[in-house]
Design a protein around this ligand. Sequence first.
Ligand SMILES: *Cc1c(COP(=O)(O)O)cnc(C)c1O
Length: 373
Amino acid sequence: MEFRDLKHQYQLHKGEIDTAIQSVLNNADFINGSKVGQLETELSQYVGVKNCITCANGTDALQLALMTWNIGKGDVVFVPDFTFFSSGEVVSLVGATPVFVDIDEDTYNISPKSLEKAIEYIVKNTDLKPQVIVAVDLFGQPADFSQIRKIADKYNLFILEDAAQGFGGKIGEKKACSFGDIATTSFFPAKPLGCYGDGGAVFTNNDEWAGLLRSYCVHGKGQDKYDNVRIGMNSRLDTLQAAVLLVKMKFFDDEITKCNQIAEEYTRCLKDIVKVPIVRDGMYSSWAQYTICFQNNTQRENAIEILREKGIPSAVYYRKPMHMQEAFGEYKFTELDYMITEETCSCCLSLPMHAYLNITDIEYISNIVKLIL
Ligand SMILES: *Cc1c(COP(=O)(O)O)cnc(C)c1O
């Protein structure tokens, strides 16, 4: 069994994917080929946001957004304590201060209540300037943007939506990547919409920021890349990756629909024995992960071992809260607490999740989890 079955997906669509890749080889337009522009148009239509700027990966996408807002020394960026390292890494990389925020125990997304507490703390106790909220759509479910928007308006902050795991998710009919002032995603192979290497994209309705993003991702270009008006990055999406993504866009929604059926089945089998993920009313998840929680760490570690013996891969997203990562060693806001994150890190386990699992697989996995308990 595969944790995310990319081999099966390729075999199903091999003809079309091979043809798309071959056409890039024939045209030899590896950088800035026409398929890159075509993909940006399709992605922006899909999400319902005016501008899409593709780039080299989801981490660069986040950094490009912070550079566009000129975030740096003395600025604070609020980041959920339970996320992939990138969401906080880019904040330190541009010289700003990440302040980590505890999560909601049902959705694992940033807790609006803890967020407001953290903002108040920074305002009252430091000279730092709150500037940005990074709201991560963790495991596929959009963050609580109605609450987060209220807080952003109250304190005059930007929202940066990190939808690396959330692409394809929705609140009502509004798609993920349309909730932030700037939103980003990743096309890393294991993400909901994955390419065959690294890739990412940035979305915004603001044309001025879109112009800056296009400049920052190509060496701070002015008229062209040999006219350099600011210090930027070299962060582009390859034409080959764009070609693969254009094919995958065609069946992307069908895959997400299937993942939702699989998640429902998992929940039906597991809800009485472990803590299952909760998707809030009006939210639609793209199911980057299906993550359960055991009662304690011993039970979780035991489950990993037994599942492995039975040939079932599982993964711990995430083992360590952001505020405890060695790289944020100077982390100094010890007055803020992270109870939910700490508990989740010690008990969570992500099970196989992809569109090619069937009901029998899910019953098999669920029965093993039942036996373990
Ligand atoms: C994967 C991921 C990223 C980074 O994406 P890359 O393309 O690997 O750089 C950022 N944030 C979150 C929440 C992610 O899961």
